[in-house]
Design a binder for this molecule. Structure first.
Ligand code: CAA
Length: 258
């Protein structure tokens, strides 16, 4: 079903593993299509509570596919960027948390893919970067915008204009990764975070994601109003009654996702 990724669901977690070894998991059109189908499945499959996205081999994803882009004219290049943006936006809009377990090279479109996820756990071997200016282009799958929002305007320019690579530990210091761990601890750490999130009220987790993502692009007043709407959605859930009653009865809540 998939050409360049592996998809597995285990105990509520969907594992999406980028697997295109001959090109260090680079995002060609076929791979972007695979990602679109995989994340669509994550949205509609109720068994899936959290997604972990990682890469096989020494790369998370080494970028958009340079060999494919090399042949594109301006109009085709534009369509390719639209496709990349659509996939990144799809991940951001997924009503379930997505954790990137960044195992190695996360360059160009790979860095952008990790930034479209909600949380990035980096291996000490991870290498983030936006090397596009080496190729005569700029980050085109949302990197100029998402990197700026994560590390600030000055640092985003410092990284992008110099095509500066950032190792895992430094990525954590900059806020480009939320944690950085030894390579052997990468998947256990991502799974621990996933399981912690899964123990919380699913509607509340999903509403927190949308409130943060949508609110970050709004002015404070509108964002505050939006937060109230997200909170109202939580208040109308059965899980709000269950969570508060369980607290008062000094017992663990049993979530219904309703
Ligand atoms: N696109 C297509 N093929 C790629 C690729 C990419 N982004 N990255 C690596 N590959 C291919 C190489 O061409 C090579 O193929 P062959 O064996 O057929 O020659 C294979 O993967 C292995 O790569 P290397 O031999 O280069 O491996 P290395 O270990 O020596 O170097 C690397 C690893 C530093 C990641 C290096 O491969 C590299 O610099 N890759 C390109 C990184 C890059 O510039 N990414 C940004 C792409 S542009 C972009 O993403 C635009 C956007 O925002 C949308």
């Amino acid at each position: 079903m998939y050409n360049n990724l592996k998809f597995e669901v285990k105990e509520g977690i969907a594992y999406i593993t980028m697997s295109r070894p001959k090109a260090l998991n680079a995002l060609n059109t076929e791979t972007l299509n695979d990602l679109h189908v995989a994340f669509h499945e994550c949205q509609k499959n109720d068994e899936i509570k959290v997604v972990i996205l990682t890469g096989e081999g020494k790369a998370f994803v080494a970028g958009a596919d340079i060999a494919e882009m090399c042949k594109l004219n301006a109009q085709e290049g534009r369509a390719y960027m639209y496709k990349g943006h659509a996939v990144m936006n799809q991940i951001e809009a997924l009503q379930k948390p997505v954790i990137a377990a960044v195992n190695g090279y996360a360059l160009g479109g790979g860095c952008e893919l990790s930034m479209a996820c909600d949380i990035r756990i980096a291996s000490e071997n991870a290498l983030f970067g936006q090397p596009e200016v080496n190729l005569g282009i700029i980050p085109g799958f949302g990197g100029t915008q998402r990197l700026t929002r994560l590390v600030g305007k000055g640092m985003a320019k410092y990284i992008i204009m110099q095509a500066k690579n950032i190792k895992g530990p430094e990525a954590k210091q900059l806020g480009l990764a939320e944690d950085c761990v030894a390579p052997e601890d990468l998947m256990p750490t991502a799974e621990k975070v996933a399981r912690t999130i899964m123990s919380k009220a699913p509607i509340a987790v999903a509403q927190a994601k949308v409130a943060i993502n949508v609110g970050a692009d709004l002015d404070m007043k509108t964002a505050s109003q939006f937060e109230i709407e997200c909170m109202s959605t939580c208040f109308s859930s059965e899980d709000k009654a269950e969570g508060m009653t369980a607290f008062l009865e000094k017992r663990d809540a049993v979530w219904k996702n309703k």
